[in-house]
Design a protein around this ligand. Structure first.
Ligand SMILES: Nc1ncnc2c1ncn2[C@@H]1O[C@H](COP(=O)(O)OP(=O)(O)OP(=O)(O)O)[C@@H](O)[C@H]1O
Length: 611
């Protein structure tokens, strides 16, 4: 058994070594706008959006929700005019020329650093193939899409009109082709539709919502950075539940928007607000934020949501569960943000319990539901093991795993291992014990300062402390390359949390390993865990099957929606329950019809989302 751990670990730890060949041609400078034309106040926040990002969404009927003050804003404004003049003078309207009074691109730090080379797809394809990213793993994934007028998916980035600069950045990121969630979600988002998208951990959801937002902002012919005094008016807002995840999304979005003129700023708690305020004052098109810090900024009137046209909630089910929902409601419903139907709203997660879907529909307007793989399923790129371990034996068992891993690792090196525990105290105590026993470790949890959290993450990523003991604060969204092994030292109470935790490994088509310590305190998880493992073609131990057959259904009983890969859109289920055809006749002339099963893939024989 340990040999297979080692196999999995060494596979997972495969390094990406890609050398770039071509250097980047610098974009030409756009027209300089003199400083006296740069100042001004907010104007035309609703803006003459041309509908390039979804037809008449912003200019046509407002679905009853348009805020009159948005549409009434004056247009004769020096700031905006300067932007328009520059855009016209720079030749090319809004796209790639979001001057907003000066060309931001000139002083932009290159987020690609030394890797700033255009990726030659043909030359490097074989290198990419050898890098451990297994694109074939994504090919046969079952997809369910429901909604009206669903735009068809694409197979390549070239088929999507994202603009040349964004395409260059995609190449710099070495993304050769879109992942399944990107293939479906990007055209839907570009058509201006609201979207609830569910796709497995590590499958590229961040780019799926970032690309359309960046591209949409670039397309707005007269888009401008807007200030009134010290209040800024972002056009895009991306919310995520943790500080680290917000930082990560910010880093990604900065790469994607490099040289586009679209300015991305991050705001999160635990870090000095003054620095974030200064950054905001320099202008912001897309604000990435945690809810708490955003509320703070709104209450200080340093940010207004009046101009928001794109709202994305990452880890949306977490954002709408009991912990965050009041804050999210406040932000979305009580802070001057354009109503649903006026703004475009996109919700993404790997898990979407039914009751959260129902709640989420308060924020969406006639949305499209997209499920890539079955809602809440784990990827079978992750080898999942579950072992019966008594509470008192957990530490020695962990030690055995780590020893085995070290022995089988590259040159006796410890592979990156993420150990999840239930409590902050438990995390500190386990970390101390591991360090005392010769395993360099660190921790991340809510009692540590933000500086300590960031340091811990850096130290883990670099391999300096290859074991990270974490609470659920690290369970969602974090994309740490080369995490070979996730250990659920303490299992969570909710199976969805388990899905997110193990999803820290086995990302972007790479394989990974997850081990769970199960004992009688986890009985409520027995059934959903056994089902999840079975669905992902994992070996389910007989003792777990036994517990599962006796156990009541716990660990989030609402997540199961009946058949495999089917019935994931709660609207569909509820309409079926009432014997209604929810979308009857609502989709004439569309490539997909009303309720569509694009891949036709969730037939009874399909065993896994990643086959
Ligand atoms: N088209 C692509 N080609 C290659 N790699 C990609 C592509 N899209 C995204 N990636 C990479 O895949 C990894 C996972 O992406 P991302 O973090 O967006 O996953 P996710 O679906 O949001 O995961 P989670 O559910 O855990 O938040 C990242 O390292 C990202 O750079």
């Amino acid at each position: 058994m340990r040999t297979s751990w080692a196999d999995s670990v060494s596979n997972s730890a495969a390094e990406i070594a890609i050398s770039d060949k071509n250097s980047l041609p610098r974009p030409t400078r756009s027209t300089y706008v003199p400083p006296h034309l740069r100042s001004g106040s907010i104007s035309d926040l609703s803006g003459p959006v041309s509908g390039t990002n979804g037809g008449s969404r912003w200019t046509g009927s407002d679905g009853g929700g348009t805020k009159p003050e948005l549409r009434r804003q004056g247009q004769a404004n020096s700031y905006a005019t300067a932007g328009r003049d520059a855009a016209a003078g720079g030749g090319g309207g809004g796209r790639n020329n979001r001057s907003g009074g000066w060309d931001r691109r000139e002083r932009e730090v290159n987020p690609f650093g030394n890797e700033d080379k255009i990726y030659d797809i043909k030359q490097n394809f074989s290198e990419q193939e050898n890098s451990g990213i297994n694109f074939d793993a994504y090919e046969d994934i079952p997809v369910e899409v429901s909604g009206e007028n669903v735009p068809p998916p694409v197979n390549t980035f070239a088929e999507i009109d994202l603009g040349e600069i964004l395409n260059q950045n995609i190449r710099r990121c070495k993304y050769l082709k879109p992942t399944p969630v990107q293939r479906h979600a990007i055209p839907i988002a570009l058509a201006g539709k609201d979207l609830m998208a569910c796709a497995q951990t590590g499958s590229g959801k961040t780019a799926a919502f970032c690309f359309p937002i960046i591209s949409g902002i670039m397309r707005e012919p007269y888009a401008q950075r807007s200030h009134v005094g010290r209040t800024v008016y972002p056009l895009g807002l991306i919310l995520s539940p943790t500080r680290e995840l917000s930082c990560q999304i910010h880093d990604e979005a900065k790469k994607f928007s490099y040289q586009t003129g679209v300015k991305v700023v991050v705001a999160y708690g635990g870090a000095p607000i003054n620095q974030q305020l200064r950054e905001l004052e320099r202008g912001v098109d897309i604000l990435v934020a945690t809810p708490g810090r955003l509320v703070d900024l709104l209450e200080r009137a340093r940010v207004s949501l009046q101009a928001v046209r794109y709202l994305a909630l990452d880890e949306a089910d977490r954002m709408l569960d009991m912990g965050f929902e009041p804050q999210i409601r406040k932000i979305v419903e009580q802070m001057n943000m354009p109503n649903r139907g006026v703004r475009q709203t996109m919700l993404f997660s790997a898990t979407f319990p039914r009751e959260i879907q129902r709640l989420a529909s308060d924020f969406l307007s006639n949305h499209i539901f997209l499920a890539v793989g079955r809602v809440g399923s784990s990827t079978d790129l992750i080898v999942q093991r579950v072992e019966f371990v008594l509470e008192s034996d957990k530490r020695s068992h962990l030690m055995d795993l780590l020893h085995a891993q070290r022995e089988n690792g590259n040159h006796g090196k410890q592979a990156l291992t993420l150990v999840f525990v239930e409590t902050k105290k438990g995390a500190d105590s386990l970390e101390h014990w591991l360090c005392m026993n010769g395993f360099p470790s660190t921790t991340i949890h809510g009692d540590r300062t933000q500086q300590e959290r960031e340091l811990a993450l850096r130290s883990f990523k670099s391999g300096k402390t290859p074991i990270l003991v974490a609470t659920d604060v690290a369970a969602r969204g974090l994309d740490i390359p080369h995490v070979a092994h996730v250990v659920n030292f303490d299992l969570p109470n909710d199976i969805d949390d388990y899905v997110h935790r193990i999803g820290r490994t086995g990302r972007a088509g790479k394989t990974g390993l997850a081990t769970a310590f199960f004992n009688e305190s986890n009985l409520s998880l027995a059934r959903p865990l056994a089902e999840l493992m079975q669905e992902a073609s994992q070996e389910v131990p007989a003792w777990l099957t036994h517990y599962a057959s006796r156990a009541p259904y716990g660990g989030n009983k609402n997540r199961r929606s009946g058949g495999r890969f089917g019935g994931s859109d709660f609207r569909r289920e509820e309409s079926i329950g009432k014997n209604l055809d929810y979308y009857s006749g609502g989709n004439s002339g569309n490539a997909y019809g009303g309720l569509v099963d694009i891949a036709g893939g969730y037939a009874p024989g399909v065993t896994s989302a990643w086959d």
